[in-house]
Design a protein around this ligand. Sequence first.
Ligand SMILES: [Zn+2]
Length: 481
Amino acid sequence: MPIKQLFLCVFLLLSSLISQSNHIQIISIDNISYISLNEFIKTTNFKYKFFDDNNKAIIYHKKNRIVLSGNSSFFLINDDVFHLYTNIIDNKNDFYIPVKSFIMHLKENHLLDNIYLDSSEELLIIDFPDYNISNYFLSERGNGFSITLNSSKTFDEDLIALWITDNNWLSLSIPGAIIDTSSIASIPLKSPIEEIKTVQMKNSAQISFLLNIIPDDFELSSYDNKMVISLYTAQELNAQKIKEEKKKYIIDTVVLDAGHGGKDPGACVQSCSIQEKTITLAVTKKIGEELEKLGMKVIYTRQDDRFVPLNQRTHIANSNDGDLFISIHVNSISNSPRTKGFETYLLRIGKTDDAIKEVEKRENSVIDKYENSSLLYEKLSKINATIIQDANAKQSAHLANLIQQQLAISTNDKLNRGVKQAGFQVLWGVAMPNVLVELGFITNKDERKNLTSSKYQIKIAKSIVNAIMMYKQNYEQNILK
Ligand SMILES: [Zn+2]
């Protein structure tokens, strides 16, 4: 083996150790070096089409198109014309391409970077580098994001430079890295990464990520064939959390409790032909419809004529994360047919004025009369109920006042019997501001007529909705400042 070829072999062996190397035999004609197009295709594995009839070949590489024509010294890279100085030789289903000018243009256009003639100019060498960084993935963390670059080896953390520019490019310079640019570019971009740039240099590579967030801090760790860039965005996430936290304080779910139902008619008059449960359901549904029109979420403890135990009503309210609980009732009084008007009750555990005891006793009587389970209510201790109620007392009172005010405006101020307090069992343990509205007395002739009229029901339903929406507005304005 001649010395020259021996050197070449050693060279090829060495270069194949550091990368996957391929070579094409140079064809020398009249002292001009050519390569065979077919050999070039075979070696590079590029896709191509040969158009025999019009003497043309198109090579496809990445997103580029190289168009060669037989017997022409010009060729195209995409739509740009380049000159080869010497004609391409048409050689029966193959082209001989003037190699020196051809590879110069390929390099200049970054179609192939590692392509060169060996020193003897007998071979064209094409290196396909062993990429050691070919992909990355993004993951979200509680306090930010991390970008993980997978590599075929573990790079020395201390040699890697990581920085972020004022215009939010996060860059990583990795000595010894060979980045597979097209593979990286093929990974779909995901927020917070807006754009990726890679620069391959002789002894290092740089990869840059354009971010749409400004990290408060960032750090790099390199281990187990990967480099992990941690981006901490605590402040941004905190702001997000505060927003979510505030959302919790938006009043958007109202629990409507139509008093009584099913076997429990509530108050009833005229041989029980007019029953409280019917009026409460009708008004409750009208309140609900109005609220839903305004985009509020409505939870009903009942939507038809059924019996729902009091503790079940509380459970429905609490388990649906209601923001407000409104129990709708109708009053009655024996031996006082002239008594009329509406009143709104707040839960007060313990003391109850004598005058109110009758209402309280009647509204709670369902437990003894229909539920046979008064023991059940002892489960919720007085202390617990008091704590829950105290937490909502101020808000409940505010809502009660608004309801009284709005009902007075839409009906008659003379009917305003005010805000009162009593130990209504249905309000025990309701973990949200809560009130019980007694819409009027069915024992009074005028009010009975009103309360059973759909028109009046709509009027008072709208008043209660107004009060709820005013409450919502006041509350959110204070909270969401
Ligand atoms: Zn009632």
